[in-house]
Design a protein around this ligand. Structure first.
Ligand SMILES: Cc1cc2nc3c(=O)[nH]c(=O)nc-3n(C[C@H](O)[C@H](O)[C@H](O)COP(=O)(O)OP(=O)(O)OC[C@H]3O[C@@H](n4cnc5c(N)ncnc54)[C@H](O)[C@@H]3O)c2cc1C
Length: 316
């Protein structure tokens, strides 16, 4: 049986946690798992990924060693050809959104992004539609199948294996025409929302941009990411990258805290699959209060400083 390719992502030189859930999802089919690692520290990748059943790591090296989506996509395709990989799974993250559609387009392969479930044997993927009201099952057909898995939808389960490392040097035939001129932070905290285990989001109740500091202060103690409702984004308090919901990022954290957020259908569409939802709101009848696991009825300007203090004490 042909192996499954996993497009591995890194953050600060380490394999991102979300890759482990992806490896677990791919393992369901019992085929060999081949991790494709582009211009990244392969030793760390081997140690981390073999714990999740990966038995081969392809250490892809491009000539420049710099991020360039066109060259990286071409390098991944070349490695797939060499390894006989016709099924590729990546994450629906900013990097995955750059690479997977390029690879699919060049292979003329079907692509499903933001999958919440993948059936590799049946070539089917599930995605959420219409603000999460329905789940579509999409059948793929073609010589190659490409999937972008939503981060954190599959719980990572270990199954120790021993992975070999295969060197793969890639020299592009022509200049890709890309050059990264500048890299800027979006201000959305240190974590990409969709991959965070804990998210603290703020809405209109925060009243202005400065008050988001209250959320960042709590988030720091919990290694959490900070999100927002659309109102907070539309008011210019925080960047769009922080918006959770139907027209923002869809998230699946272990804990989602909604602070000063009423819980509109559109906000819910982006966070309702969180394992635990906690709400802080002055209005006991806000929609979020009947759709969460725990709530506190009260003023966020009193609760957040007290929470921050308690978290700091706990940490110490
Ligand atoms: C097509 C479409 C797409 C949309 N996409 C999205 C999306 O992706 N994401 C999204 O979030 N929205 C989206 N919206 C907007 C959505 O309908 C709501 O308007 C929005 O989610 C409301 O944001 P909010 O909860 O911050 O504000 P509000 O609904 O105004 O709620 C504010 C809450 O804060 C509470 N509050 C006020 N003061 C305090 C205090 N001191 N302490 C504690 N609580 C307090 C209030 O009781 C209230 O419940 C979309 C709308 C449309 C039409």
């Amino acid at each position: 049986m042909q192996p499954i390719g996993l497009l591995i992502e890194f953050k600060d030189g380490r394999v991102k946690e979300a890759n482990f859930g992806m490896a677990t999802a791919a393992r369901a089919d019992n085929r060999q798992l081949v991790a494709l690692v582009v211009d990244a520290p392969v030793d760390d990748a081997r140690k981390a990924l073999q714990a999740y059943g990966v038995t081969r790591i392809v250490d892809i090296r491009t000539e420049s060693g710099r991020w360039d989506p066109a060259t990286h996509a071409a390098a991944v395709m070349a490695a797939m050809r060499k390894q006989g990989i016709t099924t590729l799974i990546g994450l629906t993250t900013p990097t995955g959104r750059e690479l997977l559609p390029r690879i699919a387009a060049r292979l003329d392969a079907p692509l499903v992004m933001d999958c919440i479930d993948i059936d590799l044997e049946g070539h089917r993927a599930k995605t959420s539609q219409y603000s999460g009201k329905t789940i579509a099952t999409i059948a793929l057909s073609g010589s190659h199948c490409i999937y972008g898995l939503r981060a954190n939808v599959v719980t990572a389960l270990k199954t120790p294996a021993v992975a070999e490392v295969i060197d793969f040097a890639f020299a592009a035939e022509r200049d890709s025409g890309f050059e990264v001129v500048e890299t800027r932070s979006d201000g959305g905290g240190s974590q990409y929302l969709a991959e965070a285990d804990i998210i603290i989001s703020g809405g209109r109740g925060l009243k202005n941009a400065e008050n988001f500091k209250l959320l960042f202060d709590c988030a720091r103690h919990l290694n959490a990411a900070v999100g927002a409702s659309r109102v907070a984004v539309d008011n210019g308090w925080v960047p769009y990258a922080m918006q959770v919901g139907q027209t923002g990022v869809k998230v699946n954290p272990k804990v989602y805290m909604a602070v000063g957020i009423s819980g509109s259908i559109q906000h819910f569409a982006g966070m309702k699959t969180a394992k635990m939802i906690i709400a802080i709101n002055t209005d006991a009848n806000a929609a979020i209060m009947s759709n969460c696991d725990y709530y506190a009825v009260g003023d966020l300007f009193e609760i957040l400083p007290a929470l921050e203090k308690a978290l700091a004490t706990l940490k110490n």
